[in-house]
Write a protein that binds this ligand. Structure first.
Ligand code: TRP
Length: 338
């Protein structure tokens, strides 16, 4: 028999956030952000600009303000659709800081002390080892648990924080009764594992001193083509995917993700042609992929009123979901709700 109408199984929920600290690279896009867009039909998604996390290291206010608007615009521009997913700015939903305190009282000093990111960052910012930096994973747990997601897609660097989120959720559920869905990390199949154009054994990173090593999502066409022209390759002069050809392998991954072509198709396309041709083709394919995103970005950034209206709607929808979770936990903890 067929299913009764309107009884489609609930879509699984997914949540992820990104800090507004600089323009993402092609690696961030093909490794994570594009997946968020591709998964937004399959899942009920929630995506946020994690601006409260950004101030765990000192930020310049005017720059932070601009970067929040830019990151929100960029998420819209890559195709996250506020009609399908919750899309909002973390600081505009006060429940995040409120739940963070409630969870802080259920997080152990020892647990936070073991976080490798805290150890790294407190070495890097030795003059500003603040409580927020220490509590960062608890705020992240709040971001996640507020929306009761089944999955959290994150990269390897955030795995430890996700584990801690699960531990906190399990602990709170044990003490106060079922409050939270305990989320699973979601290991995404990256569209491409993008490496540095200058040192292709390393990950592409926007904090690299050498700007030629990464493509920013807002680089213009000439810059993109120039950076690919300078990409490190090898002396074999043959476009094929093979061990030891890290530079070419990287370019093939990128070209494949930008054009949808398989490695075999790429090898056939460039059979007997030099690296110059190939690099130019990769540069142009990437520029073609990014130019519609950049056009949308310019439109969003050019209309502040519309952008803020979208933030407002997003924040209101998020608040509705988030407040329910906070109320539920406060009640169970013994607070007097009005
Ligand atoms: N800490 C994450 C990062 O730097 C960003 C983040 C904040 C996040 N809150 C989150 C990611 C919740 C996933 C879920 O990448």
């Amino acid at each position: 028999m067929c299913n009764p109408v309107n009884e489609a199984p609930r879509k699984k929920r997914m949540l992820s956030c990104i800090q507004p600290t600089g323009t993402p690279t092609l690696g961030n896009y093909l490794g994570a952000l594009k997946n968020w867009v591709d998964l937004q039909d399959e899942f009920e998604g929630a995506f946020a600009v994690a601006d409260l996390h950004a101030i765990t290291v000192r930020q310049e206010p005017a720059k932070l303000r601009r970067q929040i608007a830019e990151m929100f615009s960029l998420l819209l521009s890559i195709g996250l659709d506020p009609e399908k997913s919750l899309l909002f700015v973390q600081s505009q939903v006060p429940a995040h800081t409120e739940l963070c305190w409630l969870l802080a009282c259920c997080t152990q000093f020892g647990e936070l002390s073991r976080m490798t990111q805290f150890k790294d960052k407190s070495q890097k910012h030795a003059d500003n080892i603040n409580l927020g930096l220490f509590a960062y994973p608890t705020l992240m747990a709040a971001d996640i648990l507020l929306y009761q997601p089944d999955y959290v897609p994150v990269g390897a660097d955030q795995k430890q924080h996700c584990e801690l989120t699960r531990d906190i959720a399990t602990r709170v559920n044990g003490v106060y009764g079922n409050v939270f869905t305990v989320p699973e990390p979601y290991i995404m199949k990256a569209c491409a594992r993008v490496r540095s154009l200058q040192a292709p054994t390393q990950k592409m990173s926007k904090s690299d001193e050498n700007q030629n090593s990464y493509i920013s999502l807002l680089d213009d066409r000439d810059t993109i083509v120039r950076k690919f022209k300078r990409a490190v390759t090898d002396s074999e002069a043959s476009v094929r995917y093979a061990e030891g050809k890290d530079g070419i392998n990287n370019l093939m991954e990128i070209y494949g993700a930008a054009t949808g072509r398989s490695f075999e198709e790429i090898e056939r396309e460039f059979d007997g042609r030099g690296y110059g041709d190939f690099k130019l083709a990769v540069g142009e394919a990437v520029a073609d992929m990014l130019s519609p995103i950049q056009e949308k970005f310019a439109t969003y950034m050019g209309d502040r009123a519309q952008l803020e209206a979208l933030m407002k709607t997003g924040a209101e929808h998020a608040q509705y979901v988030a407040n329910r979770t906070v109320q539920k936990l406060k009640k169970k903890m013994g607070f007097v709700l009005l």
